[in-house]
Design a protein around this ligand. Structure first.
Ligand code: HEM
Length: 145
């Protein structure tokens, strides 16, 4: 009897996303949508003019984050996602714009429906931590990020 995949285990999520090639397609769509959509203009403005490096960095990060090769730390070193983003004033509204671009990009991929839902719900976790870290950025630095 075959069991449904448990996406949090091992590299199941990485494989469901189509490995690094699948993640690069997801991230290409994500940044293309961010670039094209007027509703995402405030988010786009936070980024550099070229999105080339951002594409590679997010693809590499997601690889390790989903249980695949830790390409981000190999290439770019360690990163703490909430603390890194605290240099920008990211609030709930910007976070929703980011998640909305990601939801649309995920919908363009040939992912099973349960994996598409799982991936978006997992991405809400760091997105929420980012908003919290940005809200605290003028306060006392909190350990644990
Ligand atoms: C909550 C909404 C978010 C906003 C507004 C946001 C915004 C940004 C911005 C402005 C950059 C810099 C891009 C550039 O230099 O051109 C960036 C980089 C990055 N973001 Fe986010 N981000 C968000 C959520 C996330 C999430 C949820 C993740 C991970 C799952 C993530 C992972 C990254 C990574 C890996 C980088 C590259 C880091 C580096 O330059 O070393 N971001 N983000």
């Amino acid at each position: 009897m075959s069991h449904p995949p448990i996406y949090g285990v091992g590299d199941a999520s990485y494989r469901a996303a189509g490995g690094i090639d699948g993640l690069r397609r997801l991230v290409d769509d994500f940044y293309r949508l961010m670039d094209e959509q007027p509703e995402a203009a405030d988010l786009r403005r936070l980024h550099g003019e070229s999105l080339q490096l951002a594409r590679d960095k997010l693809s590499c990060f997601l690889s390790g984050w989903l249980g695949g090769p830790r390409l981000f730390s190999e290439k770019y070193g360690a990163i703490a996602i909430p603390a890194f983003h605290a240099q920008w004033p990211i609030d709930e509204r910007l976070s929703e714009i980011w998640l909305n671009c990601m939801a649309q990009a995920i919908a363009l991929q040939p992912y099973p429906a349960d994996f598409a839902d799982y991936l978006l719900s997992q991405l809400r976790v760091p997105a929420h931590r980012i908003v919290q870290a940005c809200g605290n950025r003028h306060g006392i630095a909190r350990p644990g990020y």
